[in-house]
Each structure stands twice: as structure tokens, then as C-alpha cells.
Design a protein around this ligand. Structure first.
Ligand SMILES: Nc1nc2c(ncn2[C@@H]2O[C@H](COP(=O)(O)OP(=O)(O)OP(=O)(O)O)[C@@H](O)[C@H]2O)c(=O)[nH]1
Ligand SMILES: [Ca+2]
Length: 494
């Protein structure tokens, strides 16, 4: 007798083969079709022509998705231009253009040749050039012209060099930190931005009751990813840390003395300043005493409290024509939410180990600074042999200035001080106005939220795979039961 075979008929085998092929095809198409292509990048360059120095930033983003959210990051280690800021080249404008050469060549090496022609290149100048423009407009024009000629000579797509307004500088810094922190796409709570430069300082934040009606000059309106923001921002020219220091020195040299005992510098520290040099800035020029000697000698006395008193003297708290003010009669709405503080806030507070504000309270910061300022200069030099003398000598002043600006100037309290995060880099990108500036000029932050596919890519693939497998099982089950029925029918007939 012949053994009972399963009795698969050719048609059944055909159906199974087709089913398996369809299943494999379904899964393959789902995975292959949606797999991201090998990543290619586009690039953008922004030069930050600050008062103290110029820095070059290269940004990159995936080539296929210009408009995607939160995908632009800094691509390079910041290239710092050797020498001073471009505003120092007033008497040699050509030198300003030439000074950018080394960083521009670095950018040429970094960005693939095939991408260079389409790479936008911007230069934005801030407070140093604002001051030069006030002092000598034709000199600032010449510097801009020389810089433009230099930048236009490279293969990149040069899009202009211009002076940012203080409002733009503050607002783009705010865009940068909120973009990097992923707070813009879904309309999450934003964080305020605190930027401390050499010549100016900015504060920017969203406050619920601020609509600009009381002080329209402080309003920057944005519509980003479908959300509206009324941003408050103010830039204090002459209140960056270098110009603030000059203001304190001007305050102490009003009678043309030849010796100044300065509490913001360490005991046994001494430095000779030329009067003509100190007063060579519009921030203090009109206060230059008559008949002053050529020089004065600054001798440090290292006293935090006295230093704080001295710094307070450069703020004017007496007049305010608004419902509330920070200082110098400038409107400021009530502080709101958390803040990110960068640039010199970071350099200084990080060096002084005061950057972690959740651990180092305002009171503790003051105590530590008191002790730090009281350290004699020779001892400090021994402790930090590698730190640049200029930076090292000024940390007592700078730290005291920061705490005074925040508390007396902007009205931060012990409680709200804890809400300040001191930021160096965020997701690998430096915090500062440059990224926000580029995102704005390249329209990379859409006003409306981009249309997203209803299902995210990983979920889509999972659904396709699971559905395919289920279909396969159902198919096999049908084939199996079908062949069983066939088999028993055959046996019955036999
Ligand atoms: N300690 C320290 N200070 C720095 C460093 N880099 C810059 N500074 C100083 O910090 C201050 C602010 O620097 P930046 O933020 O570069 O200022 P800027 O952009 O040139 O000036 P603005 O045009 O006013 O914004 C200046 O007084 C600089 O001299 C650093 O690495 N360490
Ligand atoms: Ca700056």
C-alpha cells in the first residue's frame, strides 16, 4: 500500500511561494525605501566680529532637509582669529581683512570643495564696531569695506558684513539657546538668554505681560514653528566687561590722580595705565579729567565689598519713567523662568568654580569671591602659572561685576539666581548669537510647523514588518487547513 502523502497540489505550492515572496518584498520595500540615504551635509559660515576678537563658526545640516527641526549644529572647533577685534583696525583697515585669512583658509580645508560655492558666508559685527561707528563713522565704513573685499575673494557664497543692532544681538542669542535646547518646535517654555561681551551685554527673555506697549524698542516679535513670541531684549552698550572696567577706572581717576588703589584687583598687583588709552572709548571719553598726568598706577587692594560698591557706581538707579526698570532708566519686565548665561559669564564663572548655580548659591558665590579677591597677586600667579596674566588679573573684577550686574542691575534674587544655567557649549555648539543669526537669514526656522508624516519612521517600519508577519502566518494557516481538508477528503474518497 502506498503511504498517505500530505497531498499538496501544485496550486497550493504556487500560492505559498507567492505568499512568501510577497512577504519578503513587503518587508524589504518598507526597510529599503525608507532607509535614510548616506548623510550628506550643507554648510554655513558666520564670523562673529566682536569687540575683543573675531571668531569663525561653521554650521552643518543634513543636505536633504533644510527645514527640519533642530538639525543644524556647529561643525568645527571655533576658529579664533589672531589679534584684536576688527574695530581695532581703524587706522589700518586692510589689516582687518587680512586678519581673517587664517580662519578662512581653515574653513576652506574643512568644507568639501563641492559644497563651497553654495555655502553662505556672513559676518556680523557687534559692540566694538558700534563704538567705532559712534566715534568715527568713516573709519568704521573703511573697516567694513576692507573686510567685505577680503571675504568676497573666497569661493564661498558671500552674503554681506553688517553691524547688528543690540536688539538683534540679544534676540539671536535667545534663538540659539532655545533652538539648541529643542524648545522651539513644540512651543515649549523658552529660556532667557544672558550674554556678556567685552563692550556690551544683553538680556533677553519672554515675560507673560510684556507686549512691547510700554517700551517698543525692547520688543522683538518672532513666529517660529507656528508659535508667536513677544521677546523682551535689551543690549547695554559700554556694559560688556572690558568697557565696564574702564568705567570703574574712569570713576576712580576723575581728579587726574597718578595713583589709584583699586579694590577689584589683588593686593600686590600693580599696573600702569595711560590716561589717553583709558579714555580712548566713547564709553568714558567725555569724562576725561583736564590736566591729568600721562599715566596713573593702579595698585590692587583686593576687597570684594568695596569692589562691589565701586561697580554699583557705574549703574544709575535714580530715574525710571516706566513701571519698572533694570538700570540707567531702561525698562525691564519682571524676570521670568530659567536663563542660560554664556560668553564671559561662562569664562569667568567657570574659572572661579561658580558656574554650577544649583550647588553654589548666590551667598556662597559671594563668599568664595570675597576670599578669591583677597588672595594676594603673587600667590594667585603661583596657583595658576598657565593662565594668561590679563585674564587672571581681572577675574576678581569680572566675577564681582557679574554678580553685581545680575543682582543690582537685572534684579535677580537668591532664588532666581538658581534658575541661571551657565553655558559653554550646548549639544556641541557654542552659545551665542551667530547660530540664531544664520538660521534667520537662511530661513531655516519656518514660521509654521512643518508637516510631519502621521507616523514616525521607526513606528512605520515596525507596523509594516508586524503586519507582513501576521499576513504570512494567516496565509500559512489557510494553506495548512486547506491541505488538511483536501487530505481528509481524498482519504474519504479512497
Ligand atoms: N577668561 C577668559 N576671558 C575671555 C576668553 N575669551 C574671551 N574672553 C574675554 O571675555 C569677554 C567677552 O568675550 P567675548 O564674548 O568674545 O566678547 P566680544 O564678542 O568680543 O565682545 P562684544 O562685541 O561686546 O560682544 C572679553 O573681555 C574677552 O576678553 C577666555 O577664553 N577666557
Ligand atoms: Ca559677543
Amino acid at each position: 500500500m502506498k503511504e498517505a502523502s500530505p497531498g499538496y497540489r501544485p496550486v497550493t505550492i504556487f500560492v505559498v511561494v507567492i505568499g512568501v515572496i510577497a512577504l519578503v518584498a513587503l518587508v524589504t520595500v518598507a526597510v529599503v525605501q525608507n532607509k535614510p540615504l548616506t548623510q550628506k551635509y550643507k554648510y554655513g559660515i558666520v564670523l562673529d566680529a566682536g569687540s575683543s576678537h573675531t571668531a569663525l563658526y561653521i554650521y552643518k545640516w543634513p543636505a536633504e532637509k533644510d527645514n527640519n527641526t533642530g538639525r543644524v549644529t556647529q561643525a568645527n572647533e571655533t576658529c579664533k582669529v589672531k589679534g584684536p577685534g576688527i574695530s581695532s583696525y581703524a587706522s589700518n583697515p586692510q589689516g582687518a581683512g587680512e586678519s581673517l585669512r587664517a580662519c578662512m583658509l581653515e574653513a576652506k580645508k574643512f568644507i568639501p570643495a563641492s559644497r563651497q560655492e553654495e555655502t553662505p558666508l556672513y559676518l556680523g559685527a557687534t559692540a566694538g564696531m558700534r563704538l567705532l561707528n559712534m566715534e568715527n563713522a568713516s573709519a568704521s565704513d573703511s573697516v567694513f569695506k576692507a573686510v567685505e573685499e577680503a571675504l568676497d575673494s573666497y569661493t564661498f557664497s558671500y552674503r554681506g558684513a553688517r553691524l547688528l543692532t543690540g536688539l538683534e544681538e540679544g534676540a539671536f542669542g535667545w534663538v540659539t539657546v532655545n533652538y539648541l535646547d529643542g524648545r522651539l518646535t513644540q512651543g515649549q517654555k523658552t529660556i532667557g538668554a544672558l550674554d556678556l561681551g567685552g563692550a556690551s551685554t544683553q538680556i533677553s527673555f519672554v515675560s507673560p505681560n510684556f507686549d512691547g506697549s510700554e517700551s517698543p524698542n525692547n520688543l522683538m516679535m518672532f513666529r517660529l514653528y507656528g508659535n508667536d513670541y513677544n521677546l523682551y531684549s535689551h543690549s547695554f552698550l559700554c556694559y560688556g566687561k572690558d568697557q565696564a572696567l574702564r568705567q570703574t577706572l574712569a570713576h576712580q581717576t576723575q581728579s587726574g590722580q597718578s595713583i589709584v588703589n583699586d579694590p577689584c584687583f589683588h593686593s600686590k598687583y600693580s599696573k600702569v595705565w595711560e590716561y589717553s588709552n583709558l579714555y580712548d572709548t566713547p564709553c568714558v571719553a567725555d569724562r576725561k579729567p583736564d590736566n591729568s598726568p600721562t599715566n596713573f598706577t593702579l595698585n590692587g587692594s583686593g576687597n570684594f565689598q568695596q569692589c562691589q560698591q565701586l561697580i554699583k557706581s557705574i549703574f544709575n538707579f535714580t530715574q525710571c519713567k516706566y513701571s519698572r526698570c533694570s538700570f540707567n532708566g531702561v525698562f525691564q519686565p519682571e524676570l521670568q523662568g530659567s536663563f542660560g548665561a554664556f560668553s564671559a559669564y561662562y569664562y569667568v564663572l567657570d574659572f572661579l568654580n561658580l558656574a554650577d548655580t544649583s550647588r553654589v548659591s548666590l551667598e556662597k558665590a559671594k563668599d568664595k569671591l570675597k576670599e578669591y579677591c583677597a588672595t594676594p597677586w603673587p600667590e594667585l600667579q603661583k596657583q595658576h602659572p598657565k593662565t594668561k596674566e590679563k585674564y587672571l588679573s581681572e577675574y576678581c573684577f569680572s566675577g564681582t561685576y557679574i554678580l553685581t550686574l545680575l543682582t543690582e542691575g537685572y534684579n535677580f534674587t537668591a532664588d532666581t539666581y538658581k534658575e541661571i544655567t551657565v553655558i559653554g557649549k550646548m549639544q556641541g555648539s557654542d552659545a551665542g548669537w551667530t547660530l540664531g543669526y544664520m538660521l534667520n537669514l537662511t530661513n531655516m526656522i519656518p514660521a509654521e510647523a512643518p508637516d510631519r508624516p502621521p507616523i514616525a519612521y521607526p513606528s512605520y517600519v515596525s507596523i509594516m514588518v508586524i503586519t507582513g508577519i501576521v499576513l504570512g502566518i494567516v496565509l500559512l494557516f489557510i494553506v495548512y487547513t486547506h491541505s488538511r481538508t483536501q487530505c481528509s477528503n481524498t482519504q474519504k474518497i479512497v
